[in-house]
Write a protein of this length. Sequence first.
Lengths: 305, 197
Amino acid sequence: MFHFTFDLLNHQKMTTKQVEQVITPAGKHFVGNGFFVHNIIPGSQGLSMERVSPFILLDYNAPHYFAPTGTPRGVGVHPHRGFETVTIAYKGRVEHHDSSGGGGVIGEGDVQWMTAASGVLHKEFHEKEWSKKGGMFQMVQLWVNLPAKDKMSKPKYQALANDQMGVYELENQAGRIEVIAGAYKTTQGPASTFTPMHLMNAHLVAGGKAEFNFPAHYNTALIVLEGKIQVNDESAVSANQFALFQNEGEAFTIEATENAIVLVLSGEPILEPIAHHGPFVMNTKQELMQAFEDFNEGKFGYLED
Amino acid sequence: MKPNTLSTFLTSNIDLKEAFLQLLFSSCQIKQVNKGDYLLQPGETCTHSFFVKKGLLRQFSLDAKGKEHVLQFAPENWFMSDRDSVFFHEPAAYYIQALENTSVYLIDEPFLTNLAHKDPQFLDFNLNLLHKHIRQLHKRVQLLLSATAEERYLDFVHMYPDLMLRVPQIQIASYLGITPESLSRVRSDLAKKNQGR
């Protein structure tokens, strides 16, 4: 695999990766009663599943206050097949259970990486104790597509605690990069992935700069979770906004104009047909119909509500 | 997944001329109905059937104890009508409610009759649809009289492949004539037999 050492002496070899568009997400909707999200991929103009593959869905729960309750809010039992769900927690705590026996709680800075693959049922609720107190809630949920050869592989679950993330301390006390998957420079993230990709949170202090370098053909994007940044000294991106990069050039710079947290995603596109309906993402219509049949007949297992 | 307009639905069943389709469209109103709202309630009369373009309808009755009984669901490309009301001009016996934000074609009964008179192909098509509907009702009665809960459930999911993901289980149990607990048991027994297969 391509290795990402960033050598300033070789800078002239690299060309700049420019921002293609900055997107201010449209309205929010509830997923179940516990996630109040902007759908950014594939719901935004120019962000089809194919365009941003392998990242085929991105729901962003911008900071939202949930009042205390004895009955945790969330999403009840539902199936998935053919891809992975990746939940990145910024504020609040979420509890997860699935029919393959995976489960756990994630809180601030943690990531849950569930490979649905051949099929799981799962449910996601705010953690019981957190619900009793209520509070601000902020999360990203990504769907990461699987290549055809892995769509029917065995489900698995990776609980990635914040202290497992690869941490790269930036020069000049600019901040740090927490690597979830792939690498930033020489620092690797803990997640195991099926296709090459890089996923990381950049925590930058005001005035801090970080440089990134990904292959030109990788689909690359970022979302600003807090603060405000300037990309390549030209495009301003504020909290809640999403920026998609062109598939030309490799290197870009982000500079925080306020203290900022930025999720950066870059992955090799999976160039296979996408057949999507509801919670299933396959390659053909026949496979989709099979997914419904298998789900209805209990082949994904069973999970109590 | 499926053709999503009345025109593709009809052309997949009979060979209709383009001009004829234009006529049909120009005469069908589209109505938007919000999730939870009603297209029809008992006691009302209405002169049209509904064809679901996008969304989901259910037809149900309320018994004396206030319990709901679901007669039918209509997702995309399904017809739904209250026959008392549309064909016999009597007050409706059922509720027709949108379970999702839904857009429906309103199909006037007199308009359908006219079409049938004008075009024998359409008459055949419409008769065939009616016979299919009656056959389906017979099967439904038979299942309710003699089938196990599992058989009813499997028949339901073959006919409506994605409704387990769109409709609360309590309403599916009502359609099947079983308790929600029985429906959970059927699904968990199936999972024990079939998980991972």
